[in-house]
Design a protein around this ligand. Structure first.
Ligand SMILES: NC(=O)c1ccc[n+]([C@@H]2O[C@H](COP(=O)([O-])OP(=O)(O)OC[C@H]3O[C@@H](n4cnc5c(N)ncnc54)[C@H](OP(=O)(O)O)[C@@H]3O)[C@@H](O)[C@H]2O)c1
Length: 284
């Protein structure tokens, strides 16, 4: 039995969909049903349910607000993942939790591998980096999966924002100096499950293949939906935001690809499938 926490977000929504299609037993919980900050409730919840995997999809993801909500952000992204890892250990379950490309400072200019040194620039990324360390120290049957720029049906994201902006604007300016890789939450879910099967625990990068700036991503989405407006290049310095962003944080996923013996799909293929899903649900 797989327990998913934070299961109504982007990743959780797709994990549930895949597990349901594969007839794999799971319990999907979200904030109201199981608040991950209430560790005693979780410890009680996992009793007598035959849980052999815990997948933590809950997180504090508001990168800018984190600058003023440091305590909550560290709780959700660092201390709770450690406590969940310890609970997994108590019941001998495998544990998966997620981190971010933002743990890097962006100075490398070629795809980051797992062995590269972290240098997080914001409270959010520092909390995620701390969470990685605490989980890996706490339980040797843990997977930490770093991913980037996640989009899916389960929550708001950059693709949906761009589509919304395009509805009432004829000119858009999107930054071209933040570079990584958009990642479809369905692919993040599917390849996490493939990795889980290998039992080769540890730290992995998992993002869709290819490299893109925010501008490239917006351009691809807008062209795909046939927007007729003008897309302009902008710079991060044009927008004053509380949290500092790195310029280049592309993750190299080849360690994971080698372990599962499969190549990850491109971010463009992810966006194609996402837009198709939006159409099917009448959201486009
Ligand atoms: N989104 C990205 O671009 C991105 C990039 C890099 C890494 N990641 C990481 O990838 C993982 C999955 O991200 P995602 O995009 O699927 O996240 P998401 O859509 O924001 O979902 C997170 C879920 O966590 C839930 N949650 C928050 N606090 C909770 C609590 N105390 N107890 C239980 N549930 C709680 C939220 O529910 P409520 O909304 O009801 O609070 C939400 O459903 C996360 O670890 C994230 O940090 C994401």
């Amino acid at each position: 039995m797989i327990l998913i926490t934070g299961s109504n977000g982007q990743l959780g929504t797709d994990l549930k969909k895949i597990l349901k299609n594969k007839n794999i037993e799971f319990i999907g919980t979200d904030h109201k049903e199981l608040d991950i900050t209430k560790i005693d409730d979780i410890r009680r919840f996992v009793q007598n349910k035959n849980i052999d995997v815990i997948i933590n999809c809950a997180a504090y993801n508001n990168v800018d607000k984190a600058e003023e909500e440091k305590e909550l952000c560290y709780k959700l992204n660092a201390y709770v993942p450690r406590d969940l890892a310890l609970i997994a250990k108590e019941i001998s379950a495998d544990f998966i939790t997620y981190s971010t490309d933002f743990v890097f400072n962006g100075e490398k200019k070629s795809p980051y591998i797992e062995k590269d040194l972290v240098d997080p620039l914001s409270i959010y990324s520092k909390s995620k980096s701390e969470g990685e360390k605490l989980v890996l120290e706490s339980y040797d049957r843990s997977f930490i999966i770093r991913t980037s720029w996640v989009f899916g049906m389960g929550n708001n994201n950059f693709n949906k924002q761009v589509i919304n902006w395009s509805k009432d604007r004829d000119t858009l300016g999107i930054v071209d100096d933040q570079v990584s890789s958009p990642t479809y939450s369905y692919d993040l879910a599917l390849y996490s499950l493939k990795l889980l099967k290998t039992k080769k625990y540890g730290l992995y990068h998992l993002s869709n293949d290819g490299i893109a700036s925010k501008y490239d991503q917006a351009k691809y989405v807008l062209e795909s939906i046939g927007w007729k407006g003008i897309l302009k290049r902008a710079k991060s310095s044009d927008f004053i935001l509380p949290a500092k962003r790195a310029e280049y944080t592309k993750l190299d996923s080849s360690k994971l690809e080698k372990v599962i013996n499969e190549k990850l799909p491109s971010w463009k293929s992810g966006i194609d499938r996402f837009l198709q899903e939006m159409k099917e649900k009448g959201e486009l």
